[in-house]
Design a protein around this ligand. Structure first.
Ligand SMILES: C[S@@+](CC[C@H](N)C(=O)[O-])C[C@H]1O[C@@H](n2cnc3c(N)ncnc32)[C@H](O)[C@@H]1O
Length: 420
């Protein structure tokens, strides 16, 4: 267990970092040496540490994370900060939770959690995995749900589903809606809702739909029709019960009973919110030890469009969600929203607590959001500890072709670390 409770120790740790020392992150190809640059702002110098601090290949994350969501980060990212900056039982928060990567990883590491995301689909995806059911009970529940052979959707979904598959999906949708309305929804229902939401459309026979885009990408009925014509395909029947069980087994495959119990206890104590990250008054002042998050980036990702079918299945008005999501059209607008988010994060962070704020490379690295974020944190009265850039080492192919590893702008995570 690494415990870094002071800014200077943390900077030294990042400077001297070698992946080799971290047995579960060991990567023999890593360049090991941290490169250091500086960002100068307002006559102060802030160190930028560049290295391969974690890799996706070396340590397989728990399969429970494997629910797709647009612009999600890898579990290795929150794992790195949670282990470094918190101890068991401390509170970890994500104001832009998405599929819940931060909070799930925190719960797996025995931390308490708070999650928030303005998109209600987010909570459907993470909360069920913090109340894990027994597979045998799930199988029994699935068998009990009445499937109406003639049920059909109130919108045309024939480009995605065989009529028999559609009947099963609509039956499940109606059953879940009724259970929710009657206040009878339990952890089995929530799990089924999460899996079915994830299985609706995708690019393999593991999904309910005919071949489509991967499940985290937007696909309109019109585009799906075009795909069907191009591939000369028609939706075939899918056994939704069997697919739901298969995916459930796969998510749970490497979880020990003790871990499931830990997740369920932490899930029960957790606070889950569906609010604008700027206004989270249900979170007490100074209650969070560490926030690890990645905000919506300018208007590059249309979360509401991505989620129209998921919203339909869950009886959520996707236009309303679209309206509430932060979709800044310009950098200035984005910075204004984020400034308010920082003020709120400062309020809820404990004295000596931490904030790891991840931003992607936007417009092929032309806009360095991490540098824009530093003044916002300082204005909110945080101390800026460092900028950490996680960069994957050169792959063989990239070397052969002489391609700079980051030319495509997809290989780095840029995280600004603040302290209160
Ligand atoms: C980059 S994604 C986060 C992904 C997450 N790190 C994960 O691993 O799944 C940004 C999230 O911010 C949410 N969001 C957008 N505007 C918001 C706002 N004003 N308040 C709270 N959440 C918001 C979106 O719904 C989206 O889930």
């Amino acid at each position: 267990m690494i415990k870094t409770n002071n800014i200077f120790k943390l900077r030294k740790y990042l400077q001297d970092f070698t992946l080799a020392e971290e047995s579960d992150f060991f990567n023999p190809n890593s360049q090991h040496q941290t490169q250091i640059e500086f960002l100068n702002y307002n006559q102060q110098s802030y160190p930028k540490f560049i290295n391969e601090f974690w890799t996706s290949r070396q340590r397989q994350a728990t399969a429970l994370h494997e629910i797709s969501y647009r612009a999600c980060f890898k579990p290795q990212l929150p794992h790195f900060f949670i282990r470094l900056l918190t101890e068991s039982g401390e509170v970890v928060y994500d104001p832009f939770a998405g599929r819940g990567t931060t909070v799930l990883e925190a719960a797996l590491l025995n931390r308490n959690i708070i999650a928030n995301d303005i998109n209600p689909i987010s909570r459907i995806l993470y909360a069920a995995r913090l109340q894990v059911p027994k597979l045998s009970k799930l199988e029994q529940r699935l068998a009990e749900i009445p499937f109406e052979k003639t049920a059909s959707a109130n919108i045309d979904l024939s480009m995605f589903f065989h009529p028999d598959t559609e009947a099963e999906i609509v039956s499940l949708k109606n059953y879940l809606a009724e259970r929710q309305q009657n206040g009878k929804e339990d952890l089995l229902d929530r799990w089924l809702r999460m899996i079915a939401t994830n299985r609706l459309t995708g690019h393999s026979t593991g999904f309910f739909s005919v071949y489509s885009l991967p499940p985290n990408q937007a696909i309109s009925p019109q585009s799906q029709r075009k795909i069907n014509i191009k591939r000369n395909q028609q939706p075939e029947y899918r056994n939704t019960r069997a697919l739901i069980l298969k995916k459930s087994k796969s998510l749970l495959k490497n979880l020990f009973p003790a871990t499931i119990q830990q997740l369920n206890e932490i899930g029960q104590r957790a606070l889950f919110l569906t609010q604008d990250a700027r206004f989270t008054d249900k979170i007490a002042d100074q209650s969070v030890r560490l926030t690890v998050t990645s905000p919506p980036f300018l208007n590059v990702v249309q979360y509401a469009n991505d989620n129209w079918l998921r919203c339909w299945f869950n009886g959520i008005q996707s236009e309303e969600v679209a309206h509430q999501l932060t979709m800044a059209k310009s950098l200035e607008e984005w910075l204004q929203v984020m400034a308010q988010v920082f003020t709120e994060l400062y309020r809820i962070t404990q004295k000596d607590g931490w904030l790891a704020f991840e931003v992607g490379e936007v417009r092929r690295g032309k806009i360095k959001l991490e540098e824009e974020i530093v003044p916002l944190g300082l204005q909110a009265r945080f101390e800026c500890v460092a900028i950490l850039i996680n960069q994957q080492t050169f792959t063989k192919t990239a070397n052969i072709w002489g391609v700079a590893n980051n030319a495509k702008g997809t290989n780095t995570n840029r995280i600004v670390i603040f302290r209160k």
